[in-house]
Design a protein around this ligand. Structure first.
Ligand code: FAD
Length: 423
């Protein structure tokens, strides 16, 4: 059978996989269950505005994702992302800004110049960061809380633990120290721009999944929206997929669904039993995004601010990043015990710093299974399965990053590459 590949799942992993295959000259059909591409990083329409299912932020180290985004944008429109040198601004208590020096000097200089830390705390932070960057610790089975135990309490509270929650979406008490150390090394151990923060300037579907689908169609590929794959038969010399409109046969299939959806499709394929077992053991963590519209003239002093004492860790100014004047997005990660009044309390956190005035409307989106809980010693499957025609892609597959856009796009490109090698 001539190679004909189906990619199941139109999140960032599936879009990256489908794009890689079609650009290699392979016939591809992308199936997405919902009406919108992007999965857990997609546009939503709310209050006659295009918002996101959750405010996202990217790191300069997300090289695969950045390359895909930039490559698909027309040369005249290269402003899809707003690049900011790393600054953690939590007024009035704390501010860390990394100057443009070669890495990791920029982090060391940032820590030594941080506002709100004593000299003892600054030196302790710089020494610890240096040890992590030089892999002096081997934190394989530790949690982040155990890993940071030697650090002064204020440093853990102001810096390391908020970084852990926002990067791994898992509380320091249960988060994997190894993955946390990998993120620190990726951000601060390479080039100076790897620690930059990148804010989307467009909704998340426009940023990558929509241009990827447009390119796919341009090259003869097919994108089927509102097409949930309900079963998969891989017993013969092809793989048959079933949707509500009928059955179709493919030479190969990339399963690019979220880990909690693997089980339903893997049930009929004995070769996927070990993958299904791995993901059955996962826990999940929510992320809440609260959109609050204030007077359009209101803006924050910076495009994003860190907030202390929960429930939100960050507030983003969508007026500055997206031109949505007066609209703020409050983000609460690892939000497993979020109370019904969380957005009132998040607004209270901001009011301790600045008075935004009264709100005109407020909407909260809670993604209950935003990411897998990134705990020590997780079983993360590789993209090649025991079945020669079936491959995996998704943020949960084996890789150095926690559940992020980068782990999704890397896995998609890698899965497509592994499939191509096999042809
Ligand atoms: C609120 C929120 C905030 C986040 N913030 C950040 C951030 O700031 N930075 C960052 O890097 N990451 C962040 N993440 C994580 C990031 O969004 C995910 O890691 C990434 O989007 C996962 O992509 P994926 O393609 O692996 O999976 P998904 O996005 O889950 O894609 C899977 C797709 O498969 C589809 N599907 C499922 N079953 C079927 C089926 N049977 N047939 C057809 N289609 C099917 C689904 O509809 C979905 O579109 C955040 C996530 C959330 C939810």
């Amino acid at each position: 059978m001539k190679p004909q590949v189906a990619v199941v799942g139109g999140g960032w992993a599936g879009c990256a996989a489908a794009l890689t295959l079609v650009e290699a000259g392979i016939s591809v059909t992308l199936y997405e269950a919902s009406r919108t591409l992007g999965g857990r990083a997609r546009a939503v329409e709310l209050k006659n505005m295009t918002l996101d299912n959750g405010q996202h932020i990217l790191l300069g180290a997300y090289e695969q994702t950045l390359q895909l985004i930039q490559r698909l944008r027309p040369p005249t429109e290269r402003d899809g992302l707003w690049r900011l040198p790393l600054t953690l601004d939590q007024p009035p208590e704390f501010r860390l800004a990394c100057p443009r020096l070669p890495a990791p000097l920029h982090l060391l200089a940032g820590l030594l110049g941080a506002r709100g830390l004593s000299w003892r705390e600054k030196l302790a932070a710089a020494r610890w960061a240096h040890a992590v960057l030089h892999e002096a610790h081997s934190p394989d089975l530790l949690t982040v809380s155990q890993f940071t135990r030697s650090q002064p309490e204020r440093l853990r509270r102001l810096l390391w633990h908020p970084l852990c929650v926002s990067a791994l979406n898992t509380s320091p008490e249960t988060a994997s120290a190894r993955v946390f150390a990998d993120v620190i090394r990726a951000a601060f151990g390479g080039r100076v721009h790897h620690s930059d923060l990148l804010l989307p300037r467009h909704d998340l579907t426009t940023l990558f999944p929509a241009p990827a689908a447009a390119r796919l169609r341009e090259l003869g590929g097919d994108v089927q929206l509102s097409s949930r794959v309900t079963s998969l038969d891989a017993a013969g010399d092809a793989v048959t997929l079933e949707t509500r409109t009928g059955k179709a046969r493919y030479s190969h299939v990339i399963l690019a669904v979220a880990p909690q959806h693997v089980d339903g499709l893997a049930a009929t394929v004995p070769e996927l039993a070990s993958t299904a077992r791995d993901v059955a053991g996962y826990g999940y963590q929510p992320i809440a995004t609260g959109y609050v519209q204030y007077d359009p003239d209101f803006q924050l002093g910076r495009p994003l601010l860190a907030l202390s004492e929960g429930p939100a860790q960050f507030v983003f100014d969508r007026g500055q990043s997206h031109g949505q004047s007066g609209l703020l997005a409050y983000v609460a990660s690892a939000a497993s015990d979020l109370r019904a009044d969380w957005l009132d309390r998040a607004e209270g956190q901001l009011r301790r710093i600045v008075e935004p005035g009264s709100s005109r409307w407020r909407e909260s989106i809670i993604e209950k299974k935003a990411t897998f809980a990134c705990v020590p010693d997780m079983a993360r499957p590789v993209v090649r399965t025991a079945h020669p025609r079936l491959f995996l892609a998704g943020d949960y597959t084996a890789g150095p990053y926690p559940a992020t856009l980068e782990s999704a796009t890397r896995s998609g490109v890698q899965s497509a590459g592994t499939l191509l090698e096999q042809l």
